[in-house]
Write a protein that binds this ligand. Sequence first.
Ligand code: ADP
Ligand code: ADP
Length: 231
Amino acid sequence: MLVMKDIVKIYKNGLLELKALDQVSLTVAKGEFVAITGPSGSGKSTLMHIMGCLDRPNAGEYFLDGEDVLGYPEQKLAAVRNRKIGFVFQNFNLLPKLDALTNVEIPLIYRGEERKISRQRAARLLEMVGLGDKMRHRPSELSGGQQQRVAIARALVGDPPLILADEPTGNLDSRSGAEIMELFKQLNSQGRTLVLITHDPNVARQANRIIYLQDGRVIPAPGGVAASEVS
Ligand code: ADP
Ligand code: ADP
C-alpha cells in the first residue's frame, strides 16, 4: 500500500539546518494497522505530512498505492491526497456551522458527487460509527469522542485505500480514546489499512505493528524488544 525509501527531510532556519527525517524507509501492506511512535521532536509530524502528501521530502522515494507520488506536480498530488487518503486529526477539524451529516458529506461534495448519493453514504457511515441519532447535531453539540467519530466517518466516506490518523486520541479522555481505538480495530478487521501517529505508547500498543522513530530515524523497539512482541 505504502512504500517509503530513504526519505530525508531537512528544515532550514537561516544558517541552521535540521535533519528532521534521516533516511527513513518503511512499508505498510494493504490491510495492516500500523502505529508510528516516538518522543516529541522525533519526526512524527514531519513523516505524517510527507505520508499524507501535504509536504515533500528533500530526498527519497514514496509510492502510495502503486503511484510514484513525489514525481507529481502539486495539483496532481492534491488529487491523490483526496482520492487515496482519509485524514483523522487530533482536533477533529470539523466545520462548526455544519451538522454532522454535512461534515461527513464534504469530501464527496468536493468530488462533485450527486447530493442525494452523498447524503445517503454519509448517513450510512454515521450509523456505522454509532451516531445515527446525532446526524443533525453540530460539532458543539457533540462530545469530543462523538466529534472524532464524525471525523472518522468523514475520513471513510470517499472510500480511500488508506486512513491516516494523527494523534486521534490526543484530545480525548481515556474512555473516549479507548472507544476510538476500538473503532479503528473494527475498521481494520474489515480490511481497512490504517496508519496511526501517536506519542502515546499505550495507544501505539493497540496497533498490529509499531514503527519507532527517534531523532528522525527508524529504530528497533526501544529496550531491544521486537515490535511484534510488544502487542
Ligand atoms: P514530532 O512530531 O515527533 O514531535 P516533528 O516532525 O514535529 O516531530 O519535528 C521533528 C524535528 O523537526 C524537531 O526537531 C522540530 O523542531 C523540527 N521541525 C519540525 N517542523 C519544523 C519546521 N517547520 N521548521 C523547522 N524545524 C522544524
Ligand atoms: P503536532 O502537534 O502535529 O506534533 P507540532 O506542534 O510539532 O505539530 O508542529 C506544529 C507546526 O509547527 C507544524 O506545522 C510543524 O511543521 C511546525 N514546527 C514544529 N517545530 C517547529 C520548529 N522548530 N520551527 C518551526 N516550525 C516548527
